[in-house]
Design a binder for this molecule. Sequence first.
Ligand SMILES: [Zn+2]
Length: 253
Amino acid sequence: MRIQLVRHATLIVEYGGHRFLVDPMLDDAGAREAIENSPNPRRNPLVGLPVAAQDVVKGVDAVLVTHTHSDHWDKTASEILSKSVPLFGQPADEAKFRGQGFMEVRPIQDSARFGDVEIVRTGGQHGTGKMAEMLAPVSGFVLRAQGEPTLYIAGDTVWCEDVRKALRECDPQVIVLNAGAAQFLEGGTITMSADDVVTVCREAPKARIVAVHMEAINHCLLMREDLAFQVEAARVAGQVAIPGDGEWVALLK
Ligand SMILES: [Zn+2]
């Protein structure tokens, strides 16, 4: 397995002999309005891609989309991806993908297969209380294959029962967490805060954590440097990788 952070939650995952593209957000910097009712009102994405969008989609065997908020599935992604690429996502997003012309949409109720790779869909809470209801549904994915470490891509969720359940049932060795502590002017964080990341480290002490979803969207207030400081203070820094955009994650340590 190899994981490259492209930008924000967009990943290239080489797994089980396949190249997966996760949550493609491929718009140019500043292509979209700032997220409404949020602090720091700047146009999104805040930063450009580390490589051209066309190069991100090159050679991709399948695409995984945790949910279709614009920071996980955007106009450029829907336009430049091949309409025949296998596109895995949650059932609630099937109609949207088909409406955009994708022909190989594969909604995952519980689990699916791509070649020898099993893809299990997990739940999540995109915030707490009413906010989580408004932003639902969101999903995560667990990838399993013979000879590969179990990979859990948690998606946009705070620490919650769904995440605890995924850790307990799937026992992942590598966990990608969407940090950033995204928030609106009111209503608390809707993605993982530094405290949430630390909690996952403690609940899965043998797992390697990869923290992404930072510094690319205006309402994500937790910066990489702050997260690095806080995981260090909590004495879990040895478990956590915080890749820069375009970086391949060093997983063996
Ligand atoms: Zn997000």
